[in-house]
Design a protein around this ligand. Structure first.
Ligand code: FES
Ligand SMILES: [Fe+2]
Length: 475
């Protein structure tokens, strides 16, 4: 599908098939403004240096420059519904106790004792507490971070309980997510996201969803390489050919918003332009409803006079309404069907679409720059007639396990993630073996990768900034 781009400026060329916006414009239930808009910007075409993926010193630099200044999704509000509930969020070597101090007061404490540094709560744990007591010598802190007890305080006249409060990271909530940032000088989360992306976020009402399946697995590649593997639909035809007959890949839409947010819209129920003319509308529908690679199993619906896309939108709407006891009649076909992927720099992906609503989170492995921790959380609407269900416990897969083995994981989706895992292994190894020390990116389909790496560059150009709490002098 090589085409003559003629005299177009860099970044102006598009796949000659119907655009994402043209596909969505034909839908029966009209999409909202946040779907029917574009925000592409050409950001240059220089190669991206490979050092950032293969050099352990670069990863160390990120820990002092990037992770200490950015807003990160630590947990969902439903992880800590009651006062005293806490959730330990670990990021590289950093760790936070995120806890609900009062109904509308959530705080994130650096998870380390102010005596000799012991972690107050083990990594990866959650629970409920009346105080945070150190397991080593028993120093203790109240929920609000004030010091409760210094054992043998006669021996510590230089440790004033008034000032020995647990140091905090900043916390904000949005869409039911709890976000943390270690940098007291960082912009607010609203300014960080920017006006337009913030408006999108608010429109989704993700506070009305809950996590019903949560799967975690390590990926065999640098965290940035892994993030980037999900930033484009360009690889679908080669890596995930089983979904291409019902996925507009080369004509997916890519947008950037400010410095920290980007997205794609990948329409479903239409054939990949790479396979033009090879599949009838009924064939496209069958991809979803029968056979190998289908996302759904069951009887065989027929397209009739209409399109596969419309048949799928109608079918999905009915199915999800029934499954979740919700009213989706006003939700557009595009929101029901399409894959909307938003990234909040550095490591949070939000997929607000109804058919596959998910959140991804990527975290570096502090011991190995070639590995990262990946989580996928599948979201469901909170039922109209019942209490908010508790969030699912994470299913943690070992390296050798397939994503399809995770309980609750759709097998077709698990297979896609396995295919991505294989690529990442080969890409990390290939970058280390390569004579070419740069990645060459497509101007349009890979704009999100460039946008992401520009943000990485911005933070890496800054001075190191580690959280730094000093013991106040007494008297
Ligand atoms: S290290 Fe925590 S009480 Fe001693
Ligand atoms: Fe993929």
């Amino acid at each position: 599908m090589n085409i003559q781009v003629g005299k177009l400026e860099s970044g102006e060329a598009r796949c000659p098939a119907l655009s994402t916006q043209e596909i969505i414009a034909k839908d029966k239930v009209v999409a909202p403004g946040w779907v029917r808009s574009e925000s592409y910007e050409f950001l240059g075409d220089e190669d991206i240096s490979t050092d950032r993926y293969i050099d352990p010193a670069y990863a160390k630099g990120e820990m002092e420059r990037l992770w200490t200044r950015t807003w990160q999704f630590a947990c969902r509000e439903e992880h800590i519904p009651n006062v005293g509930d806490y959730y330990v969020y670990d990021l590289g070597s950093y760790s936070f106790i995120v806890t609900r101090v009062a109904k509308d007061d959530i705080r994130a404490y650096f998870n380390a004792c102010l005596h000799r540094g012991t972690k107050l709560r083990p990594s990866g744990t959650e629970g409920s507490a009346a105080e945070f007591q150190c397991p080593f010598h028993g120093w203790s802190w109240n929920l609000d971070g004030s010091n409760k007890r210094i054992v043998c305080n006669w021996d510590f006249p230089h440790a004033d309980p008034e000032t020995f409060k647990l140091p905090q990271a900043r916390v904000q909530t949005l869409g039911g997510f709890v976000w943390v940032n270690m940098d007291a000088d960082a912009p607010t989360l609203e300014d960080y996201l920017g006006e337009e992306a913030l408006a999108h976020f608010k429109a989704w009402k993700l506070e009305d969803r809950y996590i019903h399946v949560h799967v975690q697995k390590a990926f065999p590649a640098n965290w940035k390489l892994t993030v980037e593997a999900f930033l484009e639909a360009y690889h679908v035809i080669e890596t995930h050919p089983q979904v291409a007959p019902s996925n507009a890949d080369a004509n997916s839409q890519y947008d950037v918003y400010g410095e920290h947010v980007n997205r794609f819209i990948s329409p479903l129920g239409v054939c990949s332009p790479h396979l033009e003319g090879q599949y009838s509308e009924q064939d496209i529908l069958d991809q979803f409803t029968v056979g190998d690679g289908s996302m759904l199993a069951g009887e065989r619906p027929t397209v009739g006079e209409g399109t596969a896309r419309q048949a799928m939108a109608d079918m999905f709407r009915g199915m999800f309404e029934q499954a979740t006891n919700s009213d989706l009649s006003k939700i557009s076909d595009s929101e029901i069907l399409d894959c909307f992927s938003y990234t909040v720099f550095p490591n949070t992906y939000v997929f607000p679409g109804i058919s596959l609503p998910m959140v991804y989170r990527f975290r570096p492995d502090p011991r190995d720059h070639r590995r990262c921790i990946y989580e996928v959380m599948f979201m469901r609407p909170v039922p109209l007639d019942g209490p908010r269900p508790a969030p699912a416990e994470p299913v943690v897969l070992t390296d050798g396990q397939s994503f399809t083995e995770a309980e609750g994981m759709d097998p077709g989706f698990g297979r896609i993630l396995d295919q991505d895992t294989d690529n990442l292994y080969a890409q990390q190894e290939g970058l280390e073996a390569s004579a070419k020390h740069g990645l060459t990116l497509g101007n349009y389909q890979e704009i999100r990768i460039r946008h992401f790496e520009k943000a990485v560059d911005k933070y890496m150009a800054m001075e190191p900034k580690r959280p730094n709490w000093q013991r106040p002098k007494v008297g």
